[in-house]
Ligand binder design. Sequence first.
Ligand SMILES: C[S@@+](CC[C@H](N)C(=O)[O-])C[C@H]1O[C@@H](n2cnc3c(N)ncnc32)[C@H](O)[C@@H]1O
Length: 436
Amino acid sequence: MSATDDTVVADVLDLAAQRVEAATCLTFAGPRRRQFDAALDRMADALGLPGAAACASWLLAGPWDDARAALCARFLTIGETYFLREPRAFDLVCDQARTLLARGAARPLRIWSAGCCTGEEPYSIALALRRGVPQLPPERVDILATDLNDAFLDVARTGIYRRWSFRRADPADLAAFFRPLGDGRYEVDASLRAQVRFANLNLASDTYPSALDVIFCRNVLMYFGPDQAARVVARLRDSLVDGGWLVVNASEASTRLFQGFTPVYLEDAVFFRKDALPAPAPVPPVPPVAAGAPVVRAPAPVPRPEPLAAARPSAPVAADDTAMARVHALAQTGAREEALQCLRRAVEAEALSAPLQQRAALFALEHGDLALARHCARRLLYLEPDSAFGHYLWALIEDAAGRRPRARSLLRDCRRLAGADAELLGAAGAWLERMS
Ligand SMILES: C[S@@+](CC[C@H](N)C(=O)[O-])C[C@H]1O[C@@H](n2cnc3c(N)ncnc32)[C@H](O)[C@@H]1O
């Protein structure tokens, strides 16, 4: 191929990435670009086209129709989620429910899980309310759960999950709200299922629901371009009642994005309360959302937790914990680059700590620094060559980099090494099934 041909191909891929971003909000700028090119290769395979460039041309030709939308949703979205992730957010929902009951309001509590993936998040909301506010009748809870990817929604509607989806859940919740199917899978209780409505909704569209009390849009905005994310946040704000809450992942909480909201920083989450007026000054005080929760008030317009230590457990912690606490605290303020920088220093300072390398690899992966994630995963496997979880992590990294065959082979190694670790075996097996 000549240099001119290479340039033409690069231009077509660039244009396709721009079109995809306009249609889905998903951005593939910078380090994510290789992921896009690799996904286009796989999409080309699925379409029977000769390669990424042909697939890019197909994406660019003609109107943006359902076929293009569905293929992009299938190949470009990331499906990482689990039950009761970042649990403080569920305390917030319970507090809102109690407030509604205390006011004697007859209307239902309205919650939206935007970017619900395979359903673990909206079912967790239903579960938390049932457990935390049993006096709220189920018919007074309306949970809308939406996603771009129909395949994820199909899984969500079946309500059947493997153990891996419960990796952070309390076994008592598993016993109380799920029925074991006898093959390592669990089915969500029918009454919880009845509370959740699933629908396909592209956050790039204008068709947002309204009058919501709480919106969960966690681990979604981080995949969007800055302009798209700002537009989405503005529309999410319009969808809330005055005083309603938007919940995002701590690392997505760049305050520049959240105009017209009052931020409240907790240990493992950031909540944004919709102010009655678009740009209030001064910011009114916000009461703690959960009894005993370590709330850190943030000054506007560039809020930072003060002091950071107040957001962390006060008990003495190991060096690894201290380092990771600092990294998470920085991420909570929206300082992603500083958090990653701090992480880089920590992994060098504690180069022989396998647990730190593992946590660091996960953090780096979740925050889009594949090079750092790979560096830490490699160290982890140097320190613990037989670590099944290390192989799983590396498979996640290879998959994110678009190297699916490599990810598949690492998952097979993970299964071989997992021994009696049923959760990891199940997770690796389920993922391999989805890949085939
Ligand atoms: C990493 S998952 C997060 C799942 C869940 N919110 C959580 O935090 O556990 C991101 C989800 O966002 C969805 N998503 C990405 N772009 C979207 C869009 N434009 N509209 C709706 N959902 C989108 C993906 O399909 C995926 O299910």
